[in-house]
Design a protein around this ligand. Structure first.
Ligand SMILES: Cc1cc2nc3c(=O)[nH]c(=O)nc-3n(C[C@H](O)[C@H](O)[C@H](O)COP(=O)(O)OP(=O)(O)OC[C@H]3O[C@@H](n4cnc5c(N)ncnc54)[C@H](O)[C@@H]3O)c2cc1C
Length: 487
């Protein structure tokens, strides 16, 4: 047993179970201190956006109370980790510091902290826990990070064995804690106005909420493979914000899915598809690991030279508020605004609209999502945007321009999603719901829709926008574009 306490530094791993750093600290057998630092500055640190701050506040409160039930306490500090960690070591007399690794540019900060601790005679140890696979251990035949998802998934699937579960400790050996900030003083929760009502209504941040969400998803057996593309259904797990904050380990998700499959609670195809989506999360983080500028520059760097437009403030506002005149885009943007989450299919359509129809740099959309998503993830968000924009790794080709009407009709054929989020269109018949500007005056009158008043006319014509985007692409390529089909 160590006579000096161990400091556990939590970051994107707000959980007690399956937390390798916490388990290692407890195994030392002495006292432990657990700290979370609200990092808003520091190399490579991307401070959480508004919706993620709301989630973080609730999640930290839940974690602190779970720890206090076990005799421990959560220390809260705000500032640069490079100052706070050494300060805490001095204040607590810690002989070791442990954490679970992160893989974005902030790992440089972690590296420097580790070096400094070791130089000061303090043991520093990091653990894997955030992903299924570590980026430096998953390389392709050329010894580089994978650039294409399918071989990445094949390699991961063939060699991945989830680690044995690490149960949450029943007791956390308590020590008199050093000074801690008060969570309320961090201002994570919105006030005047408090816009978090839509998020509170559907989410239950925290470790218990994460496990309940997973159990619900596996018990419902909605037929993931088919249902995942239908935004009106609860066809996906909605685990993304829980995973983002590490309230549940991806390894725990993997184990639960495999045992549900073995027990015959979910079909093998659905389990495979779901786990491959979980692996996309890894893939995106690996991309970030190998390209620290993924958030700011196109992965295919030549796309920086595309003649992106500066969108007018009216266009941008219409997109952000869900007033573009394209019902599926608007429904998605309103779902995002209200709940801090948007269905994956609709994320693709809404992102395509911004990058292709408005020819706006994906970075602008990525920033908006960063602020509005509860699950805003430093790998998946830029990678998702770049995939849609055609600028990323293994991306959808640039000339693949989603037609928001056809997408709406295909993936929301009964219109239930659009009716839920754009209720002013609810009384339009299905055949015209996704293209209200084609309705005849009598249809509009019967449905109580006044175009340009109760619901906007399209802010840009699809055919015109498509041509403009293809021309910009052709100019970048210095020749003619490949048409592709209109999906
Ligand atoms: C433009 C755009 C931006 C995105 N931004 C984010 C983001 O900031 N954070 C985020 O977690 N996901 C992001 N995604 C990916 C995806 O939309 C969400 O992970 C998914 O919608 C979350 O819902 P779910 O938990 O019900 O997913 P499920 O279908 O139940 O999937 C299970 C888990 O797998 C992971 N996953 C699924 N699909 C993807 C994917 N395409 N890429 C990466 N991981 C995936 C998520 O962790 C998810 O929780 C983005 C996609 C696009 C197109």
């Amino acid at each position: 047993m160590s006579d000096r306490p161990c400091l556990v530094w939590l970051r994107d791993d707000l959980r007690l179970a399956d937390n390798p750093a916490l388990s290692a600290a407890l195994a030392e057998g002495g006292g432990i201190h657990v700290v979370f630092i609200l990092e808003e500055t520091g190399e490579g640190v991307r401070p959480p956006g508004s919706a993620a701050r709301w989630w973080l506040g609730v999640s930290l409160a839940k974690l602190a109370s779970a720890m206090s039930l076990r005799g421990g306490s959560l220390i809260l500090r705000r500032g640069a980790a490079e100052q706070e960690i050494p300060r805490l070591v001095r204040e607590t007399g810690a002989g070791s510091v442990v954490w679970n690794r992160r893989y974005g540019p902030a790992r440089e900060t972690d590296r420097r902290i580790k070096e400094r601790l070791i130089a000061d005679g303090v043991a520093a140890k990091s653990f894997p826990g955030a992903l299924l696979s570590e980026p430096f251990a998953m390389l392709n035949g050329a010894g580089q990070g994978y650039k294409v998802f399918t071989p990445f998934w094949k390699a991961l699937r063939s060699r991945y064995e989830p680690p044995a579960p690490l149960p949450a400790p029943t007791r956390i050996p308590s020590l008199p804690p050093p000074p801690s900030d008060r969570l309320e003083d961090w201002g994570l929760q919105p006030v005047s106005p408090d816009w978090s009502g839509g998020m509170r209504a559907i989410w239950s941040p925290g470790e218990d909420g994460a496990h309940e969400r997973l159990a619900q998803f596996l018990n419902a057996d909605a037929g993931y493979g088919q249902a995942r593309d239908r935004p009106a259904l609860e066809g996906t797990s909605r685990l993304s914000p829980h995973l983002r904050f590490g309230e549940i380990a991806p390894a725990a998700v993997w184990r639960a899915v495999r045992s549900a499959e073995t027990a015959g609670r979910i079909a093998q195809d659905d389990a495979e598809k779901f786990l491959s989506e979980l692996a996309w999360r890894d893939f995106c983080r690996h991309l970030l690991f190998h390209d620290g500028e993924l958030t700011s520059l196109s992965w295919k760097r030549d796309f920086e030279a595309l003649s992106w437009r500066e969108p007018s403030s009216t266009e941008l506002k219409a997109w952000r508020r869900g007033e573009t005149g394209y019902p599926i885009v608007d429904a998605g943007m309103r779902q995002l605004w209200t709940t801090g989450w948007m269905h994956n299919r609709v994320r693709m359509i809404a992102a395509s609209f911004l990058t292709k129809h408005l020819l706006t740099h994906w970075r602008i959309g990525e920033n908006w999502f960063w602020d509005a998503l509860t699950d805003a993830d430093e790998g998946s968000n830029p990678a998702g945007w770049q995939w849609v924009a055609g600028t990323g790794a293994d991306a959808s080709p640039y000339f693949r321009i989603f037609n928001p009407v056809l997408q709406g009709e295909k993936f929301d054929p009964e219109g239930a999603y659009v009716r839920a989020w754009a209720p002013e269109l609810a009384r339009l018949p299905n055949r015209i719901l996704h293209r209200p500007w084609e309705a005849d005056p009598a249809q509009l009158a019967t449905a109580g829709v006044r175009l340009g008043e109760t619901y906007p006319r399209p802010i840009v014509d699809h055919a015109f926008a498509r041509r403009r985007a293809l021309d910009a692409y052709a100019a970048l390529r210095g020749g003619s574009h490949t048409e592709g089909q209109d999906p």
